[in-house]
Ligand binder design. Structure first.
Ligand SMILES: Cc1cc2nc3c(=O)[nH]c(=O)nc-3n(C[C@H](O)[C@H](O)[C@H](O)COP(=O)(O)OP(=O)(O)OC[C@H]3O[C@@H](n4cnc5c(N)ncnc54)[C@H](O)[C@@H]3O)c2cc1C
Ligand code: SF4
Ligand code: SF4
Length: 335
């Protein structure tokens, strides 16, 4: 029976597997992590209290459907060993905790995702120097695990917080030159979630431009107009100082330099290509773009999700589904 290799079991890979299964096509999903779901498995529900359409729960449903389907062979804690193009597709060895398994695949979907920017890489952020300067991923984790957030240095309920957008994005010196596309969406939804959890929390949202995925999403100024505890500051801070409480240094629109301290500074980190993309590209005979994301023009090697560039969950899922459609068309056209 013909089958498709899906490398990466995040939102895009799971969507591809589920779509192939619905079309009666067998797939093997290989994921190096101990469980499928990818980045989304680390994200919190941002319902505050009603659903905010952050999409973080969508991969859970896909994972459930993939696990229940006899047409999806989901291999976690597994890696691709040997891979070679043969006469009718690819011969591959998958390294599993129990040992190696050999497979023949007719087509491949690469959905290995991207990596969140590590704020320690930008010395101006001083994230190593203060426990209270934290990444958005730390806040996602705290909300996902305990539905709460404490000031890391004191354990107290936070009374003030700065959200800094575009960290590691739109900055070629200290990150990547492109827009990471998902962080306006998740940064503002995390902020709204926190405002609901902590009515006494004063929140300052620092941003350059408003680029939500959903054009209907309220802009930061509108959010500030409807909530007196929220302030929207159109500025990219030049430095975060780690003196006692973290201090945000920024220029106002009138070009005055201001320093303000907060209980917590949240860094809305963007996405970077995985460093092993060039190796993967070489193994599958495809390419990488100028930033290091995967690109393929081959009919039988399809890329989907954030391994092809920054995307939010909705778009990654759409691309995974579309990749399955293209793989199905390719398989259908072959004897
Ligand atoms: C801090 C943060 C918060 C976010 N919050 C939101 C949000 O609220 N809403 C939203 O829409 N989007 C959000 N995003 C974006 C969202 O995480 C991505 O759009 C989505 O995870 C992309 O899915 P994916 O399947 O392409 O990749 P991933 O989710 O990264 O999945 C890739 C999978 O591939 C596996 N893998 C990697 N390399 C290999 C390999 N060599 N072999 C085998 N397996 C491999 C990984 O283990 C992983 O399971 C956020 C991003 C960040 C950084
Ligand atoms: S995870 Fe996001 S999309 Fe899902 S219920 Fe919560 S707020 Fe809504
Ligand atoms: S999505 Fe928003 S926060 Fe993220 S890089 Fe683009 S403009 Fe900046």
């Amino acid at each position: 029976m013909k089958q498709v290799l899906i490398l990466g079991g995040g939102a895009a890979g799971l969507a591809a597997a589920v779509e192939l299964s619905r079309r009666g096509i067998l797939s093997t999903v290989v994921d190096s992590a101990p469980s499928a779901g990818g980045m989304a498995a680390r994200l919190a529900c941002k319902g505050s209290p009603a659903c905010q359409h952050c999409d973080a729960c969508l991969p859970h449903d896909l994972r459930r459907e993939a696990l229940l389907s006899p047409m999806v062979n989901l291999l976690v804690s597994s890696e691709l060993g040997f891979i070679a193009r043969g006469e009718h597709g690819f011969q591959a060895t998958v390294r599993r905790p129990e040992g190696c398994e050999d497979y023949d695949f007719s087509a491949v979907i690469l959905a290995v995702g991207a990596l969140p920017f590590d704020p320690d890489k930008d010395p101006r952020l001083h994230s190593r120097d203060s426990p209270d300067i934290i990444s958005s991923l730390d806040i996602e984790r705290s909300l996902a695990e305990s539905n709460s957030l404490a000031v890391p240095s004191t354990g107290r309920v936070p009374e003030s917080m700065a959200i800094i957008q575009c960290v590691g994005s739109r900055d070629s010196r200290h990150g990547a030159p492109y827009c990471s596309k998902a962080c306006c969406k998740y940064g503002s939804k995390l902020g709204r979630r926190l405002r609901h959890l902590y009515p006494g929390l004063r929140l300052t949202f620092f941003y350059m431009d408003w680029r939500p995925v959903d054009a209907g999403e309220a802009a930061p100024e509108d959010w500030a107009a409807e909530d007196e505890m929220v302030r929207a500051v159109r500025s990219r801070p030049s430095e975060i100082l780690a003196a006692g409480r973290p201090v945000v240094r920024y220029a106002t629109e009138a070009d005055n330099l201001v320093e303000e301290s907060f209980d917590i500074v949240m860094l809305s980190v963007g996405m970077l290509p995985r460093p092993d993309n060039p190796r993967l590209a070489e193994a599958f005979g495809i390419g990488v773009d100028e930033h290091g994301f995967l690109v393929s023009e081959l009919e039988d090697v399809i890329v989907a999700g954030t391994c092809a560039g920054p995307r939010d969950l909705g778009e990654s899922i759409e691309e995974g589904t579309a990749a399955a459609g293209r793989a199905a068309a390719y398989l259908g056209a072959r004897p």
